[in-house]
Design a protein around this ligand. Sequence first.
Ligand code: MN
Length: 314
Amino acid sequence: MSGPVTAKDVPPVGEVATPAPPEIEITPSRSTEVGGLPVRRALPRRTRRTVGAWCFVDHMGPVELGDGPGIAVGPHPHMGLQTVTWLLAGEVLHTDSLGSEQLIRPGQLNLMTAGHGVAHAEIGVRAPGREVHGVQLWLAQPSSTREGAAAFEHHGTLPTVELGRGAVATVVVGELGGVASPARRDTDHVGIDLDLRPSGTRENFVALRPDYEYAIVVLQGSVATGGSVIEPGHLAYLGEGRDELALSTTEPSRALLIGGRPFEEPVLMWWNFVARAQDEITDAQRSWARGDERFGVVPSSLDRIEVAAPPWAT
Ligand code: MN
């Protein structure tokens, strides 16, 4: 039987419904490989495309680069997005078509804004016994900047907030408790690294904004919140409407808290491009294949990464 919506479905006008606290949605990451390194792709997933403007999360390592192929991602283009590189261990050298050459170490931020077009390469620095462990995330740029100029910035130190019992939050992007990262922001979003110590049943609290949606990606150890235990290889989506996050752990743990105002523009992602329409992606792929000036030239000993035309353009 189907029937009209009744007062059991929706309260009558004037009655205030108390919203239930949102459930935590835990989705396994997809295992894939980038530049010779196994990665766990937490975003995008079929069921979850964006969290705020965050549209891509790759968790790489930890893996020792001693004898293996290491990280060697040759020159490739981006448009319409910012790349956020954040390491827990190791060193990665970034070069790009703007002329930037920047080594990044744990605790530092590399933030590249693609705008209309940029190209870059990334090489993991090898050393005996040294591991590399980190994340690379993308943020979709809004219409106001996505056709604009490319840019690159490096932040050697970032502000931190003590959470109590030895736990420390690093404000990678955005703001937490009045402490703001110096990193450029094109939308209203936040990225926080959480370094947690065993706390038994006692919890650490992180202030949230009810108008943001949030997700957690655990990078090391495990983190308990709201009756769920989150481990590496998952995206824990928290939804909107929360003003606080309570976390506990039984082992030294690292997690990334990402969030922002829900991204209202429809995002079309294909290969390394974030766009709104297929034609934009077709044009970008052709520019890269031709090697025209749009994406520029990356000084790198590695081969350029090529891609065939998108399926709708063949
Ligand atoms: Mn890239």
